[in-house]
Write a protein that binds this ligand. Sequence first.
Ligand code: GDP
Ligand code: IMO
Ligand code: MG
Length: 432
Amino acid sequence: MGASNKMAVDVLLGLQWGDEGKGKIVDVLAPKYQVVARFQGGPNAGHTLEFDGFKHVLHQIPSGIFRSEVQNIIGNGVVLDPIIFKKEIDGLAKYNLNILENLEISKKASIILPTHRLLDAAYEKAKGDAKIGSTLKGIGPTYTDKISRQGLRVGDMISPNFKAKYDKLVNTHKGILDVYKFEYDLAAAEAEFFEAVEFMKKFNLVDSEYVVNQALTDNKTILAEGAQGSLLDVDFGSYPFVTSSNTVTAGACTGLGVAPKNIGEVYGIFKAYATRVGSGPFPTELMDEVGERMRQEGREFGSTTGRPRRCGWIDLPALKYAMMINGVTQLVMMKADVLNIFEEIHVCTAYQLPDGTISEQLPYDMTDTIVTPVYETLKGWHCSLEGLRKFEELPTELSAYIAFLEEKLELPINFISTGPDRDECVLRGKLA
Ligand code: GDP
Ligand code: IMO
Ligand code: MG
């Protein structure tokens, strides 16, 4: 598997609740691509890459950045925090990358202001027990301002009226914060913000829709990198416990300016089990010692917030739903090695609804409609996967697990990840 035919943008995205391992796979696939572009989300994302003994977490910068020949683009669908951007660039200094050359930022990307972060915190606090469990990076309030047509965009930074536009929006925000009786001190963050804005002006601020479409015309290979996961999508996720963007394939069209006919392969990334961070329904969640073992073995603590991730068995109705919405053409299964420790592996194949009926569909609202997972049990492989690189070398029970999933999902799983490092991949066939 590798870059699809010419004149197409391939899309790589998460099929669960985020943190599937997207960053690793973008990094692994990046040498096959000339362009890697983020299309939505912002610093709520934490994409981990491990190679040569380094571990690095990216938040807003595309995961192709460590491949010097790749052109990286932050698309118009992204919400960008200049302060975090500056910190990320500073954090990359030790790798000697040519980021000023290799990174382009859409002028139409939205800017996260310090007051967006305050609003995020104010809204969450007001929700009390019903809080979303937001990463508090200001994502929701920034997308809200974009949709209500009052947000600031990267292109505004170079306008002589930037400060006036900023002040106008911040005054609106201050009014809301007062209503919420939210106390804050903005001075330090504001100074840092304007310093970061100056810093950002050194970068290539572009009309990225032209850049991407020109790359298509030039027959360049392009990979669109998703953030979050399909079950956090604002339309199709477990609303209201979602993020504020379209995380699904369609989001790559609007978040980069790519016509639907130009979408090529869609890589659906999923863990061999399931995790979720933040609030919201999670039918297969394990609140017991098994869940705790999964969390420890999988190092399931948030890449952005450090919060413990909730863990559970794989959920096929949810996975099939995500595949349907995204039009997945390639499946990539991550973290198979985390299940090494279990004697038995459980797979949720359907839900039992409150009235007793069995269904393979997701109900309208999983918060109100409590479903009970129906499980099938498979034997665990109970051995290390270290050093394995070929499908034929996999333990029999893992091959059986894969075959079981492939039959239920009706698509082959040609790529299995068996550890965090760039090299820890098992491929069926070749990556070409
Ligand atoms: P992303 O947000 O989808 O990019 O995923 P994150 O980086 O938030 O979380 C994935 C975590 O799992 C990171 O710590 C990765 O280093 C790690 N990881 C990725 N693939 C594997 C794998 O196959 N096995 C194990 N054990 N860890 C993995
Ligand atoms: P990556 O790209 C996992 C979750 C938050 C919260 C909800 C809304 O690393 O997979 P937000 O800050 O977006 O308003 O939070 O979405 N969330 C993620 N969970 N991985 C992510 O990104 C996430 N980004 C947001 O925990 O429940
Ligand atoms: Mg993550």
